[in-house]
Design a protein around this ligand. Structure first.
Ligand code: C2E
Ligand code: CA
Ligand code: CA
Ligand code: CA
Length: 281
């Protein structure tokens, strides 16, 4: 870019160039990074609203980039989705998560499902389902120990295809969760037709909850909890950071809680230690 408008413009064009270069570097190195073992799955527990014990966990991918350092999935997942790299990366994530869940299963945790985030591009890839089934077979993970987390925007993209594929996935015993609920163009009517096991209410509703304060967010969470009960779906609240939020959510009857109050996403080894501690407690 030409430097025409004084210092401000120069800095501006410089930073745009930095952003684009960073993006290109990420694009270029995504595929080779899988083979180079630069990705790692972190795990974050879900806590039972009544039992207050670990009742499941979510796999969240991290990229330890040799030049850029630890990268957040909010930066590289959208790029992987754009370039199609999400297909091999998503396969790798599913395989890692299934292997890990099988290991926990064999250590005696027979009832701790792993939740894996799945992108729209994976869902609409014709070969994806077969590869998922192969992964389940090769890892010998019981199907009920995996839950796929999908977002509304993804599902509404092609609601008929989504409904078909979810119905089939669930017929195999695999669970399906609707992630970030409330952030898309939620129309409650489609919920009736979507066969789901779990609703995850988005962190943005949880973060504003305060003790003794009636708010729209509280009203929405109450309504969603009632709706989930009615539909026979489990409800998970994301982004629980404070004890007062925990109290409000358990009073309302929210089934599962997830957030920094219990644990940040942590490496596999640490999560295993956390499970063993929780078992001993
Ligand atoms: P998500 O699926 O909604 O995951 C929840 C995000 O909230 C995670 O960020 C998690 O670390 C963060 N979080 C959990 N508890 C709290 C809390 O109490 N407070 C706050 N402020 N944040 C909390 P993360 O790991 O950076 O992941 C961001 C997003 O990237 C995920 O949102 C998901 O959309 C995507 N993502 C992560 N891993 C994968 C993956 O393996 N595959 C795909 N397709 N997407 C992934
Ligand atoms: Ca998720
Ligand atoms: Ca979420
Ligand atoms: Ca999200």
């Amino acid at each position: 870019a030409k430097q025409t408008g004084g210092d401000g413009t120069m800095i501006f064009t410089q930073s745009i160039r930095d952003i684009l270069e960073r993006k290109r570097l990420i694009e270029r190195s995504l595929i080779s990074a899988i083979k180079a073992h630069q990705f790692e799955l972190y795990y974050q527990p879900k806590i039972g609203g009544l039992s207050r014990q670990v009742c499941g966990y979510e796999a969240l991918v991290r990229w330890n980039h040799p030049e850029l350092g630890m990268l957040s999935p909010t930066e590289f997942i959208p790029i992987a989705e754009e370039t199609g790299a999400i297909l091999p990366l998503g396969d790798w994530i599913l395989e890692q998560a299934c292997q890990y869940a099988k290991r926990l299963h064999d250590l005696g945790f027979h009832n701790l499902p792993v939740a894996v985030n799945v992108s729209a591009a994976q869902l609409s890839d014709p070969g994806w389902l077969d590869r998922l089934l192969l992964t389940l077979k090769s890892t010998q993970l019981p199907a009920h120990l995996i839950e796929l987390e999908l977002t509304e925007t993804q599902l509404l993209n092609d609601i008929d295809h989504s409904t078909d594929i979810i119905t089939y996935i669930r017929s195999l015993g695999i669970k399906v969760a609707l992630d970030d609920f409330g952030t898309g163009y939620s129309s409650l009517s489609y919920l009736r037709n979507l066969p789901l096991d779990t609703l995850k209410i988005d962190r943005s509703f949880v973060s504003h909850l305060k003790e003794g304060q009636e708010s729209y967010d509280l009203a929405i969470i109450k309504a969603v909890t009632a709706l989930a009960k009615q539909l026979g779906i489990a409800l998970v609240a994301e982004g629980v950071e404070q004890p007062t939020q925990e109290k409000i959510l358990t009073d309302i009857g929210c089934d599962q809680l997830q957030g920094y109050l219990y644990s940040k996403p942590i490496p596999a080894k640490e999560f295993l230690a956390l499970c063993l501690r929780s078992l001993a407690a």
